[in-house]
Design a protein around this ligand. Structure first.
Ligand SMILES: Cc1cc2nc3c(=O)[nH]c(=O)nc-3n(C[C@H](O)[C@H](O)[C@H](O)COP(=O)(O)OP(=O)(O)OC[C@H]3O[C@@H](n4cnc5c(N)ncnc54)[C@H](O)[C@@H]3O)c2cc1C
Length: 372
């Protein structure tokens, strides 16, 4: 059995980002990754790119929006604004190399047992014991098709690597947020007809928060297809799909029926990969884990933290890298305090992390809207 102070599960931006802060302390840690560094990004569809642009603005106090570690910038590393999944995984691997971050690949955590003084983990490489556990398994590997009967006839958009290779000319896409609009765009670009079904008018919300409305990057694509004769938008909520042998029928909540010969494409989102820790989670009404706002520990638990896009506090949604990285420092601060590290050293680290955009404890500013 391997014993360490902290185990981080997952080597995506959240896991590597938190590890890069622990690396600046005397606390020993290990990152356990079930496959390769940045594995979710390696599984992205080929056409997908980061929607937040990268820019090497670090030196003037504003870290690249997609950076997870100070003095690094995906834009600088790859001379590019919108990285593909493969490129972003290369950036993560480079951060691991440069900072000698302790990652063990091909190690999948299958079971987590709470013990009196820490966490016992079962993996395919044996047992690990840690006083602190940081769960950073992301969402991409858990695509969701919820509240639709006959979901087995649908295909999730995350699983379509090459939309141009899809057989058929007439597709239905369920969901009109980032993934739905992007796959609709790819299909129209390839001369396929698309009917996109979404409960609300796309982009009708009056907010500047990209967690709730289309990012400018995707909006530009939407703008290109909205007047295309190949593109139709339907307002509605799909509740069921049936296989009629010659076609699939989609039932909408308002009674409407839409027919399609191809399997409906669900761009219906993702949720936290959580199986081994499922029983430790208390859920919010929106289905995300409820967290202790001071530390990002799972509510009602001690020394088990959540990092990554499922972090929520009240109405604040931390689903982008530039948002969830702000909480890396909050987690590590809690561990340093519990380990009774030198207070002055901890304050110096926190000042630095604040400047670099990897520490935000006071969330009162997060709801501010742009005026223009
Ligand atoms: C197409 C697309 C475009 C996006 N564009 C942007 C963007 O432009 N900007 C932005 O900020 N966000 C973007 N996002 C969201 C962003 O990619 C995610 O929020 C981010 O990857 C989450 O990072 P993570 O480290 O939490 O999870 P992941 O990147 O999913 O990493 C989790 C890691 O944990 C590993 N793992 C899972 N279970 C286990 C286990 N039991 N044991 C060991 N290891 C395990 C996985 O293999 C994986 O490597 C995009 C997402 C998608 C799908």
């Amino acid at each position: 059995m391997i014993v360490t102070n902290v185990v981080i599960v997952g080597s995506g931006p959240a896991g590597i980002g938190v590890a890069s802060l622990l690396n600046q302390t005397d606390i020993d840690y290990i990152v356990l990754e079930k496959k390769e560094i940045g594995y979710s990004f390696l599984k992205w569809p080929e056409y997908m790119e980061m929607i937040t642009p990268s820019f090497p603005s670090n030196a003037f106090g504003q870290m690249d929006l997609n950076s997870i570690c100070e003095l690094t910038s995906p834009a600088f590393f790859l001379s590019k604004e919108h990285l593909t999944g493969k490129e972003y995984s290369e950036y993560l691997a480079e951060v691991v190399k440069q900072y000698k971050i302790n990652v063990q690949t091909n190690t999948e955590v299958t079971k987590v047992d709470k013990q009196a003084n820490g966490w016992m983990l079962e993996t395919n490489q044996g047992q690990y014991f840690a006083k602190y556990l940081i769960w950073a398994t992301g969402e991409f590997q858990n695509p969701q098709i919820n509240n639709i009967t006959g979901a087995e006839y649908c295909v999730h958009s995350a699983l379509i690597k090459y939309p141009d290779e899809l057989k058929g000319d007439d597709f239905v896409v369920i969901g009109g947020y980032e993934s739905g609009v992007q796959i609709a765009y790819e299909l129209v670009e390839n001369n396929k007809k698309v009917t996109l079904i979404n409960p609300d008018v796309i982009d009708h919300l009056d907010t500047s928060d990209p967690s709730q409305v289309l990012s400018p990057y995707t909006y530009a694509k939407y703008d290109e297809i909205i007047d295309s004769p190949l593109y139709t938008e339907v307002l509605g909520t799909v509740v069921g799909v049936t296989d009629q042998k010659s076609n699939y029928q989609l039932q909408l909540k308002d009674g409407k029926v839409i027919k399609t010969e191809e399997n409906p494409i669900c761009a219906t989102g993702f949720s936290l990969v959580k199986k081994p820790i499922e029983e430790l989670i208390t859920y919010r009404e929106d289905g995300n884990p409820l967290l202790n706002e001071e530390t990002d520990e799972l509510y009602g638990q001690k020394n088990i933290y959540l990092a990554g896009p499922s972090v929520r506090h009240d109405a604040h949604i931390f689903c982008f890298i530039y948002k969830f990285r702000l909480r890396f420092g909050v987690i590590v601060e809690d561990i340093l305090k519990k380990e009774e590290c030198n207070e002055k050293d901890v304050s110096l680290l926190i000042e630095k992390w604040k400047r670099n955009g990897v520490y935000l404890a006071d969330l009162s500013c997060c709801g501010e809207e742009c005026v223009c």
